[in-house]
Design a binder for this molecule. Sequence first.
Ligand SMILES: Nc1ncnc2c1ncn2[C@@H]1O[C@H](COP(=O)(O)OP(=O)(O)OP(=O)(O)O)[C@@H](O)[C@H]1O
Length: 453
Amino acid sequence: MDWAEKYRPQHLNEVVGNSSAIRQMYEWARDWSPEKKPLILYGKPGIGKTSSAYALANDMNWEVVELNASDQRTKAVLERIAGSSSTTASLTGASRKLILLDEADNLHGQADRGGAKAIIDIIAASQQPITLIANDYHALPKQLKAVTEPVQFRALQARSIVPRLRQICAAEGVDCDPAALQEIANRAGGDMRAAMNMLYAAAIGKDRLLASDIRTSTKDERSTIFELVGAVFAGRKDADLLRLVMEVEDTPDTVEQWLEGNLDHIPDLPSRMRGYASLARADEYIGRTYQRQYYTLWRYANAVMLLGVAEAAGGRGVRGRIMPPPRWQKMGAAKRQKAVRAGLYRRLSSVLKIPEEALRASFFTAISILVERDAARYVREFGLDADELNLFINDKPRAARVVREAAKEEKEVKKTPPAKRGGGRVKKPAEDAPKDDPGEFRRGPPPGQATLF
Ligand SMILES: Nc1ncnc2c1ncn2[C@@H]1O[C@H](COP(=O)(O)OP(=O)(O)OP(=O)(O)O)[C@@H](O)[C@H]1O
């Protein structure tokens, strides 16, 4: 196990720095009730957001359920756990479940999509404590900000990092030169994980660590690519740029995409065109590298694009934030669309007892015509969300409206006392669905009972 993992803080009082964030978390948990807004911990990577959430749960004797915001399955799990108000102790004796929702930034740009919107709604109405984690607060959808309480985590000071490194050296029985620890802490740029990884890489298997041993840069990859792009636009020296690119773990084609995605930071068109020209030139080298499998050419690609874009940017720096390549977001959207489609085929296939292949090849158009005619009915029967309905009717605003109205109707039905429902008529299967499992209830009749006609 690497040292960052081995020495992860177990209790809040072991978390280094960020004392006001820690206090805010503790007070939130101490007074927690379902009316409290979920927390959103934000700040750069490696400074203790995830560790603090786990330490808090440990101190409160809460269980942790960690979910990824962009995972397709998250919505269903959230619905089940966040909807249950049970405070009875679970098998482990824990009184509550802390739902930890990582990568909340990934809801960005898709907050209007049915799935993400549903997640935001579930979060707002949760009966269990929820903590979200994000790197960039400003990039979060405003709907999410409206229903959460922000907790800012700041990069750590080198002087707070050194004592932690010293403790680890002592625990591992390595005699560490204070100058070596100071050097690591300075290089880590406020990132404790990076510092611990650097220490691990330099000291593992040794009895003594000297300042001269600190060569390996194992700083977090994500922050290094940001640093590189920032350095290019800030007009840092050529030698610095070429050194930084060697530290980045990304290949030149990825670096090229990052630079391209940020060329808009160059304000005037002629300079921006020069930036594009150097990227095009670098692209030729990258292409030839792969054609000939001659990786020496990568060096030329790096030099041409870094120095070329730096010259075009003229040291004017970036206006606003450094963004990941927009094409990644597009690829992400296509991937999500594919996942929505696959999930829908799977469900329809099980509900209608039609093999997925046959659904794809022959039935989908026919079903679409039926859904198109009576969308609200099939939203209920198939348990469709807005994205799924949109696959049938190809009309996003209408899909969102129909799903919203169906949800409203369902809420009304839930509120009405069972005796009044349907005025004494025989209950439909959907109304018999177990109430403690909203996922099942929402899906309507059990598999096999949904009918197309
Ligand atoms: N403030 C801190 N105090 C003590 N250890 C820390 C601190 N911050 C980070 N670490 C160490 O670094 C590792 C990674 O930290 P953690 O996962 O909490 O970072 P994070 O801020 O959640 O980063 P990410 O956004 O990448 O998930 C932990 O296992 C822990 O060992």
